[in-house]
Design a protein around this ligand. Structure first.
Ligand code: FES
Ligand SMILES: [Fe+2]
Length: 383
C-alpha cells in the first residue's frame, strides 16, 4: 500500500483547497515546553537515544559514485566514514583507527584503501585491517579483530542511511519510501554551514507554510499561497506540500493528465533530522547536526531533478538554487536565529503549534515517543 498520495491525488486535493479557501488541518494543538530547547540533558538524550539510534540519511547515494568513494563527517557527534566498497555496497564505519583512534579520512574523495595518517595502519574498503608497519611490535595482534568498527548502513530511495547504535529505532515506513532521488540525478553542490539556533527550531522552519505570507512576502509568497499546504505523515516522517499559484491551471485538465513537476515543492522530513526538499529544478538534502544547544551544522547536498540533468539545463538549475538560498532560505535563517534569541528572553514557557503546523506536532510527538523507547531500551531516564 502506498504511504503517500500520488501526484494526481495531491493535485486534486490542492485544487479542492484553492476552491474552498481551506488547507490541511491537524487534529490538535501542541504545547512544547521551551525548556526542551534549553536543556543540556534533553539535547544529550535526543542525540544519544534518538539521533544515534534512528536510521538516518548520512549522504545521498550520488555522493558515493564509484568503488572507493567516501564521505567522512561527524553524525550526532560521532566521526563516521561512509564508503562504496568494491562489491558496490555502501558501508559505514566509525572513523577511528583501531590503533589509537585517529580519523582515517576527512571530507570526501576516492581511495583504494584507508591509511591512517598517524602510524600508517591501513584498511581495505570493507574495513579489514590490511597492514601494520613494523608489525613485530605487536606480537599478539589479531588483525581479524582490528578491522574498522562497522556501523549499520542501508541504501534506499537514493540515500545512504546509517544506524549508529543498537537497539535501533526501526521504522518500517522507510521500506515503502518512494525513490526520493533517482540514479540520474546529479550531485552539483555540497556545503557545510552553521546556524546559531537549536536543531529543532531549524527543522520546524521547513515544516509549515503558515509563515509564507509574512516571512517571504517578496520572495516566495508572490508565487505561492497564503497558508495552503498538504501534510501527510508516514511512520515518524512526514511530507509537507507547498503549491505554487500556477498549479491552479491544472483544474482545466483531466485528472489523469495532470503533472505537478514545477508546480509545487515537496518537503520530506525523514525523522529525526533530515529534510529532502524537491524544488522546481533541483532537490536539496539538508542534514541538521546539533553542535550545541544553540548551534546547528547544516550539511547540504544539492542535486539536479529528474529531467533537469542535461548539461544545457545546468545553469538554470544552479541559478535557481542560488536564488532560493539567497532569498527565501536567507529569510528562514534570519527567523530561526530570532527564535533562538527569543528563547533566551524567557517570554515563553511553551511554544504553541497550531492546526496548520501539524507536521511539527507529528515531529514532537514522534520525538517524545522515540525518547521514551530509547530510554526504555537503555534503562536511562528521559530528561
Ligand atoms: S593511530 Fe592509526 S596507526 Fe596509530
Ligand atoms: Fe520559510
Amino acid at each position: 500500500m502506498a504511504i503517500l498520495m500520488d501526484d494526481q491525488r495531491v493535485a486534486q486535493r490542492i485544487l479542492d483547497h484553492i476552491e474552498r479557501g481551506t488547507t490541511d488541518l491537524g487534529q490538535d494543538v501542541w504545547r512544547e515546553p521551551a525548556d526542551n530547547y534549553r536543556s543540556h540533558e534533553r539535547l544529550a538524550a535526543e542525540v544519544e537515544l534518538v539521533l544515534r539510534r534512528s536510521p538516518t540519511p548520512f549522504c545521498p547515494s550520488a555522493a558515493l559514485p564509484d568503488a572507493g568513494s567516501y564521505v567522512a563527517r561527524d553524525a550526532a557527534g560521532i566521526p563516521l566514514l561512509a564508503v562504496r566498497a568494491q562489491d558496490g555496497a555502501a558501508r559505514a564505519f566509525r572513523n577511528a583507527c583501531r590503533h589509537r583512534g585517529t580519523q582515517l579520512a576527512t571530507g570526501s574523495g576516492c581511495a583504494k584503501a584507508f591509511v591512517c595518517p598517524y602510524h600508517g595502519w591501513s584498511y581495505a574498503l570493507d574495513g579489514r585491517l590490511l597492514g601494520v608497519p613494523h608489525e613485530d611490535g605487536f606480537p599478539d595482534l589479531d588483525k581479524e579483530l582490528h578491522g574498522l568498527a562497522p556501523v549499520s548502513a542501508v541504501e534506499r530511495s537514493g540515500l545512504v542511511f546509517v544506524t549508529q547504535d543498537e537497539p535501533g529505532l526501526t521504522d518500517r515506513s522507510l521500506d515503502q519510501l518512494p525513490d526520493l532521488i533517482a540514479p540520474e540525478q546529479q550531485l552539483f553542490a555540497t556545503r557545510e554551514s552553521e546556524i546559531a539556533a537549536n536543531w529543532k527550531i531549524m527543522l520546524e522552519g521547513f515544516l509549515e507554510g503558515y509563515h509564507i505570507r509574512s516571512t517571504h512576502r517578496e520572495t516566495f509568497y508572490p508565487y505561492g499561497f497564503d497558508n495552503l499546504n498538504l501534510v501527510e505523515a508516514f511512520g515518524r516522517n512526514s511530507r509537507v506540500t507547498f503549491p505554487f499559484r500556477r498549479i491552479a491551471k491544472l483544474a482545466d485538465m483531466p485528472p489523469e493528465d495532470r503533472r505537478v513537476e514545477g508546480l509545487l515543492t515537496y518537503v520530506y522530513h525523514l525523522f529525526p533530522n533530515v529534510l529532502v526538499t524537491v524544488l522546481s529544478h533541483h532537490t536539496v538534502v539538508v542534514i541538521l547536526e546539533p553542535v550545541a544547544l544553540d548551534r546547528t551544522k547544516l550539511v547540504t547536498y544539492a542535486l539536479t531533478n529528474r529531467g533537469s540533468s542535461a548539461p544545457e539545463l545546468r545553469q538554470t538549475v544552479e541559478r535557481d538554487a542560488e536564488f532560493v538560498d539567497q532569498t527565501g532560505a536567507a529569510e528562514d535563517r534570519a527567523v530561526v536565529c530570532a527564535i533562538q534569541r527569543g528563547l533566551a528572553s524567557g517570554a515563553n514557557s511553551v511554544f504553541t503549534f497550531g492546526l496548520f503546523e501539524s507536521a511539527i506536532v507529528h515531529f514532537h510527538r514522534s520525538l517524545d515517543a522515540a525518547l521514551r523507547r530509547g530510554a526504555g531500551a537503555t534503562g536511562e531516564a528521559v530528561a
